[in-house]
Design a protein around this ligand. Structure first.
Ligand code: G
Ligand code: G
Ligand code: MN
Ligand code: NA
Length: 254
């Protein structure tokens, strides 16, 4: 309960911040700037970090995820424009959405305004949604997705393979990127079934013309496996932890 009332004041109190996890081209992990960064929300409350796993549901429950979500979008777009103007002209920015945000009547319009305000090209923005969001999507959310895609915004399906999304959804909705859930990769080295699932998702994506980003890469063996399977993009602690703006600046200046 305490968390709830405090979350309402956190936005005004500047208690939120973003960290950015690089998405790298596995063919040249150290050799070129990240292809994208995923913005991840952090809340430092009374000097203590609170995990998004516990506070995002609270923000969703109270509806506060709407204003916080717009803050995240604006902040991430503004920061990405800065990086684009300072040595990483092709950097994309990936932002996680919760289902409530897509249900907002004027969501795509607000995204358009944020892009115009910050100057981020629409094609540089990736919005990450989950399978459950698609399964529950009613008409309006689907129109929002189509409007965003028509603007040039790219849509990524996050944690792919863990939800209840049938493969038919990949055709029915405007999806451009699949983010392969890290659970498959964790067991890929000694579990032939998980390995086969990874392989199938990667090859299906290629057939459908979708990019795949492997999540949660923690070992070199996983990188080798992914490259052998023609999965070109990845993120994970091995490549880089989520970074503060200052640490991202350092990474980009190398
Ligand atoms: O950053 P971390 O791995 O702790 O994130 C935990 C969860 O919180 C992930 O599922 C991630 O997608 C989610 N998350 C992080 N930042 C945001 C955000 O800005 N908006 C939403 N809706 N979810 C987020
Ligand atoms: O659900 P989503 O994919 O948005 O979650 C992103 C979360 O995954 C972030 O909170 C980030 O900290 C976490 N993460 C990123 N890379 C790794 C990794 O290599 N291993 C693990 N265990 N978590 C990771
Ligand atoms: Mn994500
Ligand atoms: Na994910």
């Amino acid at each position: 309960l305490r968390l709830e009332t405090d979350a309402l004041q956190a936005l005004q109190g500047n208690e939120f911040s973003l960290v950015y996890q690089p998405v790298l081209d596995l063919l040249s992990p150290g050799g070129c700037p990240p292809v994208a960064v995923e913005a991840l929300l952090r809340w430092c409350h009374d000097g203590e970090p609170v995990s998004p796993v516990s506070f995002i549901p609270v923000l969703e429950e109270s509806g506060e995820i709407i204003p916080v979500g717009y803050w995240v979008l604006e902040q991430a777009c503004q920061q990405t424009v800065h990086w684009q103007n300072n040595g990483a002209p092709h950097l994309r920015c990936s932002v996680n959405l919760s289902g409530l945000q897509l249900r907002e009547a004027d969501f795509s319009l607000r995204v358009r305004e944020i892009l115009d305000l910050t100057g981020l090209p629409s094609t540089s923005l990736v919005l990450e949604i989950t399978e459950s969001l698609l399964v529950d999507a009613e008409g309006h959310s689907v129109s929002s997705l189509r409007e965003l895609a028509a603007m040039g915004v790219r849509i990524a399906l996050d944690d792919f393979g863990t939800g209840f999304c049938s493969l038919g959804y990949l055709n029915r909705f405007p999806i451009h990127i699949i983010k392969l859930d890290r659970s498959f990769l964790v067991e890929a080295h000694d579990n032939p079934t998980q390995q086969a699932i990874c392989r199938a998702i990667i090859s299906l994506s290629a057939t459908l013309g979708l990019d795949v980003v492997a999540e949660g890469i923690e070992t070199l063996e996983q990188v080798d496996f992914l490259l052998a399977e023609n999965c070109r993009f990845g993120q994970g602690f091995l490549l880089s932890h989520p970074l503060s703006v200052a640490d991202m600046n350092l990474m980009l200046s190398r």
